[in-house]
Design a protein around this ligand. Sequence first.
Ligand SMILES: NC(=O)c1ccc[n+]([C@@H]2O[C@H](COP(=O)([O-])OP(=O)(O)OC[C@H]3O[C@@H](n4cnc5c(N)ncnc54)[C@H](O)[C@@H]3O)[C@@H](O)[C@H]2O)c1
Length: 256
Amino acid sequence: MSKLQGRVGLLTGVATGIGRMGAQVFAREGAQLVLLDINAEEGEKTRELASSQGADVVFVHGDVSKSADVKRAVRAAVDTFGKLDLVWSNAGIGVFKTVPDTEDEELDRIIEVNLKGGFLVCKHAIPEIAKAGGGTIVLTGSINSFHAAPQWAAYCATKGGVLMLAKAMAIDHAAQNIRVNCVCPGSVDTKLQEDWLRFRESGMTYEEAVRADQASHLLDRYATPEEVSKAALFLSCDDSSFTTGSALMVDGGLSS
Ligand SMILES: NC(=O)c1ccc[n+]([C@@H]2O[C@H](COP(=O)([O-])OP(=O)(O)OC[C@H]3O[C@@H](n4cnc5c(N)ncnc54)[C@H](O)[C@@H]3O)[C@@H](O)[C@H]2O)c1
């Protein structure tokens, strides 16, 4: 039996990277999906990839920081599939700067997407998940929910906030049979990671910076988007039935 058979899920941040693979992994496990992303062209391609796993998949073009867009995505799940059982709030952006170098607009935007976005997705999804009799929420945190990194200040602040948001919701919604957890990747081979290494001033070439970054993980490499997606799958299915308010590190031992 597939792990998400009969479940309806909303995934955000699906156009590229971890979320694009996540949509395919969740589809493969039998979920019907609504996918929300700000990038319409790549998001539509992800919808096709996930559909090719045999799942019913709807793509909604929208911005997680806008309540109206998030509401449309939740409504799409209920109108199309009749209910909502699970959320993986994964959309995120980076700002590769120290605090003094970060412009006010950059700070506002990263908080809007990384923190307010996850908050809004949960705000609008929780009443529907409760109506379905309970379910799961996964938020993509980061190694940076626990440990800071250079020229990544605003990002680290938002990811620390995402972890506390998950824990607070785990407390508030346990009685509604809703489990809430964070998946916390170390470095994953995506554009976001590449941009951070390219734009921060490390004194290394890009290739040297990649090698040093990989070597900082005990397993001496990056995670693949599929490895992160499988951890989110674990937190979204009954295999993790006694897990809530937790952070699952997918960091190759970086935090050890
Ligand atoms: N790559 C890593 O090493 C790493 C490590 C730890 C955590 N993460 C987290 O994983 C998540 C996915 O990142 P990724 O590495 O796959 O990067 P990515 O840039 O490939 O994916 C981010 C996705 O979010 C979408 N998005 C951005 N702003 C949005 C908005 N306002 N509304 C809706 N969608 C929006 C993008 O279009 C894209 O599809 C992020 O939350 C990121 O912080 C990544």
